[in-house]
Design a binder for this molecule. Structure first.
Ligand SMILES: *Cc1c(COP(=O)(O)O)cnc(C)c1O
Length: 358
């Protein structure tokens, strides 16, 4: 299979990443972070937008530390960014990983007593420590943390369970638990907040915030927010415009029936491109600044939209499925999910384009 070339006119979906909007979001988060360092989280290929491209631009904007999940992501990112920035690996130091972490100058976020022992046994240097404060995902318990040397870690961190609900009592209780355990490591920098946590205010930002989704255009609390600019635009071309007569049905399961004369645009993107199947029929597209409803089910390669009242609809025209006119948070909500899942699934088959300074 030959890979699609961005110089050809697109025969399928195009994912455009606006690097200037990304930089603007970084600046906004930096302004809101009460003096804390904003460390971009670029795991899962930069939430699907391209970790190397995203991180490279953010480094030019002043980012000094990055977070990935997997060791393999850290190795790729190191190759893209060179020796300068700190790269933290959230998986920590699983069995056998120490040698590669050291060789690539990656900083593990150690998650268990076993990992701290393995890292020290391998002669590892600077490390971060993940403390569990109630999420019960990764990290040491209070009791375990108390067995470790107080001056061993450059950063101590934890992660909030309910930061997308500002009034949730977990936020306060996790913050209190975090400050109590972190006090055992007086020389370490502290990090508790991700994107939503940053918006909880100065009590939550400490020395470093680890931001992902808001850099990529998702709003705090999973809703569009005027302070956050859209970064990803996902569009696909119309393959055909069809006339529908009353009684005609559209797509698998004949899930939509026309009750009046309509025009339907068949678009070259489906669930294999990351258009979430659960989004039909609530999700919508945008053409020439006008909203168009989805008709019937989303299939693997195709989605059908109502363009009855949109004169511009014609084969070759692009319909926006996510972007400035279709907020990523709304497209995700229509499918009963969150912007994170939508973004990380987009674009497996799309041509990726970058606009703005690299
Ligand atoms: C993914 C992740 C983040 C980034 O979260 P966002 O909500 O996207 O800002 C931060 N910290 C940890 C531990 C994570 O797993």
């Amino acid at each position: 299979m030959s890979s699609p070339s961005p110089s050809l006119s697109p025969s399928g979906a195009v994912l455009t990443v606006d690097l200037d909007a990304l930089a603007a979001n970084f600046a906004t988060l930096d302004r809101l972070a009460s003096g804390a360092e904003v460390a971009p989280v670029v795991k899962a290929n930069g939430y699907g937008l391209g970790a190397a491209e995203v991180a490279y631009r953010l480094m030019a904007e002043g980012a000094r530390s990055f977070f990935v999940a997997r060791l393999s992501e850290g190795v790729s990112l190191r190759a893209a960014l060179g020796v300068k920035p700190a790269i933290y690996v959230l998986d920590g130091c699983p069995d056998g990983a120490a040698g590669l972490l050291i060789a690539e100058r990656l900083t593990p976020v150690l998650n268990t007593i076993e990992q701290t022992a393995a890292w020290d046994a391998a002669g590892g240097g600077e490390a971060a420590l993940m403390l569990d404060t109630g999420l019960n995902r990764l990290g040491l318990t209070d009791t375990e943390a108390c067995t470790l040397p107080p001056d061993r870690f450059a950063v101590v961190m934890s992660h909030l369970a309910c930061a997308d609900q500002p009034a949730h009592p977990m936020n306060r209780s996790q913050r209190e638990r975090f400050t109590a355990i972190a006090a055992r490591f007086p020389g370490a920098r502290r990090s508790l907040a991700a994107s939503d946590g940053l918006f909880l205010g100065a009590d939550f930002t400490f020395h470093m915030v680890r931001t992902g989704i808001c850099l990529y255009g998702g709003g705090p609390e999973g809703r569009p927010d005027p302070r956050i600019r859209p970064v990803a635009t996902f569009e696909a071309p119309i393959l055909q415009v069809r006339d529908l007569h009353p009684g005609d049905t559209v797509g698998y399961g004949a899930a939509f029936t026309a009750t009046r004369p309509m025009r339907a645009a068949v678009v070259a993107a489906g669930y294999a491109d990351g258009v979430l199947r659960a989004g039909a029929p609530k999700a919508y597209g945008s053409l020439a600044g006008r909203r168009c409803a989805m008709l019937g089910r989303i299939s693997m390669d195709l989605t059908v939209f109502d363009v009855t009242d949109i004169a511009e609809a014609a084969a070759g025209r692009m319909i926006e499925l996510v972007g400035p006119n279709v907020p990523v948070d709304e497209a995700a909500a229509a499918a009963g999910t969150i912007a994170y899942e939508l973004l990380t699934r987009l674009g497996a088959r799309a041509v990726r384009r970058y606009v703005g300074a690299r």
